[in-house]
Design a protein. Sequence first.
Length: 316
Amino acid sequence: MAGTRGAFFKLTTTAVAGAALLAGGPALAAPPRDAARRPSCEGPVVGCVQEARRTLTRLRDRLGCDHRAPFPVIYVQLERALEAAAAKPGSFDDPDWLAGDLNTGFVGLYLDAYHADRQGRPVPQAWKTAFEAARTGDVNAGQDVLLGANAHIQRDMPYVLAAVGLTRPGGASRKADYRRFQTVLDRAYAPAVQEIARSYDPVLALADDRWNPVAGYTAGRLFRMWREQAWIYAQQLTAATTPAARRAVERRIEANAARWALLLNTVHVPGYRAVRDTYCRTHHRGAPGMRAEPPRPGATAGQATPTTAGLNRSAT
């Protein structure tokens, strides 16, 4: 099983990272030359999650006080919660699918977008909005997290789901495991919010569900809604029988995520960027700097779309 999963993962993520054209747009990103920047998935499934967590931890630490850091902070906490769940027998019907193929492919797409933007290459509009807000906007860390989560869940997730398959080899739906993953998200919420409030942005203390349970409830409902929509879009991608039908679904996915990004990026508080920077310099242990390198001048957004046709997981 482990060898099959490793081979499947390499095939899937190469295709997801590589990219079909959407309305003549450029590809998202070629697979990074430095393979160590992407997690792999071979061997025990818990090891897959641990490798993803270590990769995200290195990115989080390298970003320091850069405003892109809160999103990998959330992601590291999520991987910790998933690692604990995957190590517990019976947490999922098919842990190889959820904690192996799906999780690793999903992390890989985020890293592809991050490195493409960092190198000045085109990224989908939802990611472009998120990265530009983090680089230049007077938004709070909660907005940075939501902008990243929107791009990753509403834009990236449907493509990964369609690639790794919505049904098991016998035809049974994998939706139950997909929904069980929400429990993992819920467990990661509190420690992630507390870490961001402690080290990056004090305003996130308002979202701490230890004394503001409404915040945790609202965030949970939002992520559930986004994840349900991602599953629906993945079903539509899987059901598309012609290139034209698939392109129509892809346009809906990209437009929906871009609209949400615009909404989440609406509110800016003049001067709040400096507040966050000063706070992080004081509270973030080992923060190496305030800015990571911007993309190359002249970089533009591209409507990149991973190609996942024909890659639904086969029986193992």
